[in-house]
Design a binder for this molecule. Sequence first.
Ligand SMILES: *Cc1c(COP(=O)(O)O)cnc(C)c1O
Length: 347
Amino acid sequence: MEINLISDTVTKPTRAMLDAMMHAKVGDDVFKEDETVNALEEKAARLFGMEAALFFPSGTMANQTGIKLHTNPGDQLICDKYAHVYNYEGGGVSFNSGVSCKLVDGHRGMMTADQVAACINPPDFYHSPLSKLVCIENTTNKGGGACWDFAELKAIKKTCDENDLSYHLDGARLWNALVAKNESPMQYGELFDTISVCLSKGLGCPVGSILLGSEEHIHQAIRIRKIFGGGMRQAGYLAAAGIYALDNNLNRMAEDHRKAKEIEAVLNGLSFINKVEPVETNILIFQLGEGIDDTAFLNELEKLQIKIIGMGQGKLRIVTHLDYTDAMHDRFMSILKSMNIKKASSI
Ligand SMILES: *Cc1c(COP(=O)(O)O)cnc(C)c1O
């Protein structure tokens, strides 16, 4: 039995999800004639209390479209140094929108309203890029699945309003935050100008993300998505998976969080592990003890058919998900408990 904990994107659709996909009523979505895509977009917009939504092939494209909507070339966006839009979208911020990022040195991918305020360039000082947009991420990926304090998000919103900045949420794993903190999508819909959410992570769909915003923003977003090459035809087969997932796979994420916390407890008891970042959702980031080789540890796991991933700078990551079963969890936990990795020098 292979145990793949590299990411929550590795899930495959279940029989029930595939059934929903196979029976979808479809049309040409580029002409907005796919009733299943339309239904998913309406469902998502209603869930967040936002005017409109648009289905995307990827979270990257949804974020990049959000950024394009709020900026002009030469402008600057403000985000944490760990932000996905800065680190993991291939430099799309500059490629697609011609904007630069002002990076905040936050905590676990999260920043304060004061830190954001300190990054805003005076609009009349034309030597500096014009600050236009704040992007935040919840949960934070590189920050180890940490969830924001909602009060801080509100404080940043106030800073945005006072300085004429737009506010975009990269909510690839917002679902995890909603479940972990018992928050509602409506709270987020009220606060942000645009929100992207992924269907292909914790929710277990094979493909898809959604961008939420005002009628006007989403109307413009359709054009941008087309320019980015993201106009899809009978996409209802994919959207049906999204509808199924929202109805069936949301609340069960608590189980992924419980398993991640159980792994955290075991890791904390292992002598060769130095530090585990506090687990709040389905991501664990940890570091091995000094002198202990990452690759030796990863190879040892690989031999046992267990896959996890390195994040650079000695950090390793485990992500729990829908396809990580109870049996896999039991096996992984007992393997971890029996592992004994020694310093390279003492072998
Ligand atoms: C996964 C992810 C995305 C979107 O990635 P895609 O692979 O393009 O779907 C965006 N933001 C964060 C924080 C993510 O983890």
